[in-house]
Design a protein around this ligand. Structure first.
Ligand SMILES: NC(=O)c1ccc[n+]([C@@H]2O[C@H](COP(=O)([O-])OP(=O)(O)OC[C@H]3O[C@@H](n4cnc5c(N)ncnc54)[C@H](OP(=O)(O)O)[C@@H]3O)[C@@H](O)[C@H]2O)c1
Length: 91
């Protein structure tokens, strides 16, 4: 299955991504800080070079970023939207 995830660098979205990846599903993740996202996922056993993982840098409130995410993913089977309200960890 090919999945798009928004809000999966922390919290319940991250847990969902980890379970999807573990089950062999391809994940396209939008992340405001792609470097931090890659480090988080790597620490959880998902290397940034996993063929099942695609991290797209961007903000869910920027239409152009969301368009790039879905263009990169192409036709998808599921979309998970799990945005929180906290600022990015780096700010
Ligand atoms: N946790 C719970 O027990 C629980 C229970 C019921 C419902 N919910 C709901 O589930 C949702 C997520 O909750 P959570 O506790 O898992 O949240 P969280 O830990 O705060 O995580 C929020 C996620 O949203 C991302 N995000 C926020 N604004 C973004 C933006 N503009 N562009 C891209 N990514 C953005 C964050 O990315 P960054 O790393 O860049 O900040 C992070 O990955 C919320 O709507 C919450 O109300 C949560």
């Amino acid at each position: 299955m090919k999945c798009v995830l928004l809000g999966a660098t922390r919290g319940c979205g991250l847990e969902t991504l980890l379970n999807l990846h573990r089950a062999g599903h391809e994940c396209y993740l939008l992340a405001r800080n792609s470097t931090a996202a890659a480090e988080t996922l790597s620490a959880q056993g998902v290397p940034a070079n996993s063929p099942l993982l695609h991290i797209i840098q961007g903000d869910a409130f920027e239409a152009g970023d969301v368009r790039r995410l879905f263009t990169a993913a192409g036709e998808v089977d599921s979309v998970m939207f799990s945005l929180g309200t906290l600022p990015p960890p780096s700010s």
